[in-house]
Design a protein around this ligand. Sequence first.
Ligand SMILES: Nc1ncnc2c1ncn2[C@@H]1O[C@H](COP(=O)(O)OP(=O)(O)OP(=O)(O)O)[C@@H](O)[C@H]1O
Ligand SMILES: [Mg+2]
Length: 249
Amino acid sequence: MNMLRIENLHAEIDGKEILKGLSLSVKAGEIHAIMGPNGAGKSTLGYVLGGRPGYDVTEGSVTFDGVDLLALEPHERAAAGVFLGFQYPVEIPGVSNVQFLREALNAQRAGRGEAPLSGGEFLKLARAQADALGLDQDMLKRPVNVGFSGGEKKRNEMVQMGIVDPKFAILDETDSGLDIDALRIVGDGINRIMRKPDKAVLLITHYQRLLDYVKPDFVHVLADGRIVRSGGAELALELEREGYAGVAA
Ligand SMILES: Nc1ncnc2c1ncn2[C@@H]1O[C@H](COP(=O)(O)OP(=O)(O)OP(=O)(O)O)[C@@H](O)[C@H]1O
Ligand SMILES: [Mg+2]
């Protein structure tokens, strides 16, 4: 059975149609890379799946584990195991990273009828995840993403993903702005957290380099609001060589 099934999805923002009949199915155990030109609608797809306000779905459907995903509130989607890693992680002044991460985790646990983690249990988990991603422990005490460098924000997103341990992750340009070592660390993190038979990932990226670490089972080209081509890992290499000119029909 498909974990995620998107059928003929049309979505608009401020009356402008961005997704124009997008269909895509993802099974448990699969990693799908989404590539495509700037402005094609990749981040929009992530936002619509995550439930960001302001996007109107005018046609089509999205089911997650057989449930109508679009009927769920954003927090219900998170509790169901959907995680969205942002292209531009937001700063939250006045809220410490640990506070935020603990609230996020415990809210999701509550949504699943699980008991909250105690402060001590949580700190242990957060420290282990920060260590695994090479994020300085002091970062956990600082306000969420405030003054973090571009690469630190991306690592922090991966720490968050490691803590909430989602079933399905949409990672939007998680590789952008990472230095060469961080790219490997983040790639290893994605594999460690998400490369499991009961999980799946949509990996939005512009470059092959992340795919050297996180090997995709499928690569799709999203152009002008729909998937215009799908293939295996070799498609990313072909795109890198030849660009999108011959692809977007
Ligand atoms: N509020 C808005 N009003 C009108 N158009 C918008 C609005 N928000 C986004 N768009 C447009 O939607 C299109 C798709 O944007 P999106 O961010 O999904 O692209 P993308 O594929 O992620 O591009 P990139 O590779 O540059 O990140 C763009 O043309 C963008 O300008
Ligand atoms: Mg984008």
